[in-house]
Design a protein around this ligand. Structure first.
Ligand code: Z5A
Length: 210
């Protein structure tokens, strides 16, 4: 039986997800919750290997959208059964850096894969193991791009996409937030860091009370 709570953090390019995660970690640690931290794609040894393959910039062979989607779900299948579910059943809280909404946004929106295939995989692989809360860090793609450029780190394969790709990603994230307002909470990530943190604090305060 599931006893723990499940939180996912999502965001578009340059929204400041990694930065916000530091704040979320501090907040949940202060609240003395037994939280385990993980990420997608990844979270187990095998899923991390899949991450390496799927995000590695490839010059020798194009990765098809279908392959990309299936690799994301292969990693997720392993992640859920071997890591997320056991932790939740042990009463722990699980916080993951990206989860199912990213597949709808990146592969459904960015790659234009028909949602029906994603929904099929979602029902099969994720089933009832859905986040209780999703924090969606939202920013206009051009602002996010500027921030990511400033960060200056090496880009993964998906980060090499054009701005139109990230516009479609954002559209789907926002569409899903509209569809699931109880679960997905939009954080305006365009404002200074302290203001982003204030919004996150409010959402987490409310979630913990519940
Ligand atoms: N993916 C997928 O396609 N399908 C799936 O199903 C799943 C994933 C699960 C994983 O990347 C990739 O996998 C991702 C989607 C795909 N590909 N892309 N693109 P990831 O999540 O590991 O990496 P990321 O997307 O690059 O996230 P990130 O590392 O968290 O980056 P970020 O959101 O850009 O955050 P940041 O590094 O914290 O911030 C960027 C810069 O802005 C940095 O210099 C900060 O100091 C600065 N910053 C942050 N906040 C602020 C504020 N408030 N004001 C000003 N500046 C700020």
């Amino acid at each position: 039986m599931i006893q723990g709570k499940f939180i996912s953090i999502e965001g578009t390019e340059g929204a400041g997800k990694s930065t916000a995660l530091q704040f979320i970690k501090q907040y949940l640690t202060k609240a003395q919750l037994d939280v385990v931290w993980t990420r997608e794609p990844g979270g187990t040894e095998l899923a991390e290997e899949i991450r390496r393959i799927v995000l590695h910039p490839m010059s020798f062979e194009e990765v098809t959208p279908e392959t990309e989607l299936l690799l994301m779900f292969a990693a997720r299948a392993q992640h859920i059964k071997k890591y997320i579910l056991p932790a939740l059943e042990a009463g722990k809280w699980v916080a993951t850096d990206r989860f199912i909404d990213a597949s709808y946004a990146y592969q459904g929106g960015g790659r234009s894969i028909d949602t029906k295939y994603i929904t099929m995989l979602d029902e099969w692989i994720v089933g009832p193991i859905y986040p209780n809360l999703t924090l969606l860090l939202d920013i206009a793609p051009h602002t996010g791009f500027e921030r990511a450029e400033k960060r200056g780190s090496e880009k993964d394969r998906i980060e090499h996409e054009e701005i139109d790709f990230f516009v479609r990603v954002r559209d789907i994230y926002l569409e899903r937030a509209k569809q699931y307002p109880e679960r997905i909470k939009i954080i305006d990530a365009s404002v200074p860091l302290f203001a982003v943190e204030n919004q996150i604090r409010d959402v987490l305060d409310d979630f913990i009370k519940r």
